[in-house]
Design a protein around this ligand. Structure first.
Ligand code: 2RA
Length: 338
């Protein structure tokens, strides 16, 4: 059976990658509709060995599609995802708009695939935040084996998480600084080239940023565990693609590093790169950009806590963090549900 797929936000970093992954994974597509704002309508974008003409989202009749892959920004999903669902098009939404609604499933296929069945509530499935996805793919096997009571995590997030304009800004700032020219600071509050910014998204009343609180809220919802303690610090770094995370967990029962390594070595979607030699660990540039897996290294017992384990987790934030996870949800949908 073939499925007509609408990609909403088709000209963005995530939308373009969604189209590429539909092709790479031979998703059973009938017709593919590339949808974006009226300003982008008429543009041609590559797809398979041809191209697609971008259509105006506002004019599109969603009854033509069975699946909608959305990544247009939360405010646009707020309007069009319910309309699409109403027209019988099941929406997989990459924005944060619906993630925290109790009746909307929030799915990481390696962690809680059974939740896809709840798409029948409102015809919408939410894709989690990239930093949550990669962390839970790595932690789920440990969580199932020995339980986890607390997670401390520091993230080092690539600028592609913000979008194309941030990628361009990092490039321009870097080139200008190396050529002793003045720089423009537009996308972020401060210079990002040769700098790190401890702010992603807006500040909340409790002093955490929204990106940090997303990791708390989404971890609890995806694991179905409102007791787990999560303490994130989310940092933007001058990297183009690939988020890195220093994860420190406290497990309920003791587990040693060798057992963790063995568990993760056979975990779905995980590749362990953990040799205590120079370069024996995954990095954004060498392991994540363009890859589908979540890479884990620096696995070691925490010398400051009897049941602590430390991990270094790296993944392509645009692929597994957004586009790939969305397509994997669509694969579960067509395999088991529609
Ligand atoms: C970021 N996780 O990295 C957020 C949204 N993609 O900016």
């Amino acid at each position: 059976k073939l499925y007509n797929v609408a990609v909403v936000g088709a000209t963005g970093a995530v939308g373009e990658t969604m189209l590429a992954i539909l092709e790479q994974r031979n998703f059973p597509v009938g017709e593919v509709f590339a949808l974006a704002s009226s300003q982008s309508a008429g543009k041609r974008i590559p797809f398979k060995n041809g191209s697609l003409v971008v259509r105006d989202l506002a004019e599109f009749d969603f009854s033509q599609a069975q699946i909608g892959l959305f990544s247009p920004g939360a405010s646009v999903s707020a309007i069009y995802a319910p309309k699409a669902a109403q027209a019988g098009c099941v929406v997989i939404d990459n924005t944060s708009q619906f993630r925290y609604d109790d009746d909307i499933p929030l799915v990481v296929p390696e962690v809680n695939p059974e939740k896809v069945a709840d798409y029948t509530n409102r015809g919408i499935i939410a894709n989690p935040n990239c930093s949550t996805i990669q962390m839970l793919v790595a932690l789920k096997p440990i969580y199932d084996a020995v339980g986890i009571s607390r997670i401390n995590v520091c993230t080092y997030q690539a600028v592609s998480g913000t979008g194309k304009e941030a990628i361009e800004e990092l490039g321009r700032q870097t080139a200008n600084l190396l050529n002793l020219k003045p720089i423009e600071v537009k996308v972020y509050p401060k210079q990002i080239a040769f700098n790190v910014l401890p702010q992603i998204d807006v500040f909340q009343d409790n002093g955490y940023t929204k990106e940090e609180m997303k990791m708390v809220w989404e971890t609890r919802k995806i694991l179905g565990d409102n007791q787990i303690q999560v303490n994130p610090t989310a940092v933007r770094v001058p990297v183009f693609y690939g988020h890195s995370e220093a994860v420190h967990i406290e497990t309920k029962q003791k587990i040693d590093a060798a057992t963790v390594r063995a568990l993760l070595s056979k975990a779905p979607g995980v590749v362990v790169v953990d040799d205590h030699i120079d370069g024996g660990y995954p990095t954004a540039v060498t392991h994540s950009s363009g890859h589908d897996e979540v890479f884990v290294g620096r696995i070691r017992e925490d010398i400051s806590h009897p049941q602590g384990i430390n991990l270094w987790v790296v993944s392509d934030n645009v692929r597994k963090g957004a586009a790939l996870n969305s397509v994997q949800i669509a694969e579960l949908l067509v395999k088991n549900h529609i």
